[in-house]
Ligand binder design. Sequence first.
Ligand code: 6PG
Length: 470
Amino acid sequence: MKNQLEWGIIGLGVMGTALARNLARNGVSLALYNQFVKGKEERIAARRCQEHTELSNSLAFENIKEFVTALRPKRKIIVMVPAGAAVDAVLTDLVKLLSPGDMIIDGGNSHFENTQSRYRDLKKQGISFLGIGVSGGETGALKGPAMMVGGNPSDFESVRAILEKIVAKNKNSTPCLGYFGTGGAGHFVKTIHNGIEYGEMQLLAEVYAWMRQQDASPWHLFAEWQHTDSQSYLLGVSADLMNYKSKNDLLIEAIEDVTQHKGTGVWSAISAAELGFPATIMTAALQARFSSAQKAIREKMAKTLSKSIQQSKVPDADTIKKAYDLARWVNHLQGFSILEYAKKQYEWTFSLATAARSWTAGCIIQSELMYQCEELLEKYPNLLETKAFSKQFNVNLKALSKLLQWGMSTQVPLPAFSATWQYLMGITEARSTGNFIQAQRDYFGAHGLTWTQDESHRGAHGPWHKSSKQ
Ligand code: 6PG
């Protein structure tokens, strides 16, 4: 079949296959291509067409030229291969075969700066390029993911109708599809989605840390909370994990306690740092993953350094839930603040409510709270200045303090909850210790400071070396 098929997909791994099935179910005719690697990847696309009824009318290819030829001009090709070198390798092969007006969509978890430069390079050759963050794992990709789009607005418009069909619809029947700006904007927003995801996962892990310290571990709490305002997809996942048992224990107790990661959590923390925003929770969550990876040293130190555990009042379930609700609020607030900083830095004009809306269903961080964030961000530029946040702060801070006091006495690490506390204390401190750091910088490096009585004169110096010895 020549020049007939509407869309092409490159890369028939888990996500590529699920997305292909979703598109086919929505009436899009497909050409499917997977590379041929002798003994490792053979007849992958053909096998997918046999395995899934939705793909029975799709055409499978192992020759990229034939794959491209099968597509209708103004081709639309989604690349679903691992981020990094694999994307570049595909683009190099593909571009030689394409014509001006064709479009490539990178639906992987690419670094936004890579997307930015690929967008620029391809534009010079007349090839349109959309970088789309796709969230929701295999089930999302199959039944309706959330999509975060970056690229030329008219290119987005040309595929919008189809994307709206395949993404998740939230409870207001709105498609979870957001357009965020040119270049790497979509992949940037996906990276911050993942930073929030890391924070949410770590907070739940720390609640589990509290649960497993209790005599009769209250594993049922996750399921109970799922029926409250704390509802979220990840809370649901956590509740379900508690249903799996092995003999008398939870099945999760049989899992090695070393967390892996694929990179987006690192990028979110780096992006926040580069933008100068204190994203304490996602950074703490990332570092907790790194600490978990120090297994050999952890086991050795646990034997050699004895902890002196003190008696402490155990916070009750209600206290833990309050602390959890407050920390989640701060985690979301931090994520949206990074987006606000990024908008200014990269001159993107999307609204934060659009990001919240595209995260209300389909994605890993979908939750009741996300709907609340969407509503608030429609009216207020910053969640920090909303009454809802003041209420969280005023009502739940004490609970967070109790949880942390328990963690300190019983010597249970609570990095994400601690990071919440540090952030809250920092942003409510009218006079910080920044003056002291400025004095030190000026003392040893003549870096300059500003006297509070003369703020217009920046870069003044203290009298340090005249009046004191080094
Ligand atoms: C999603 C997820 C997904 C991510 C995995 C694993 O939105 O569907 O964010 O894109 O790759 O959650 O991430 P880590 O391996 O870094 O935990």
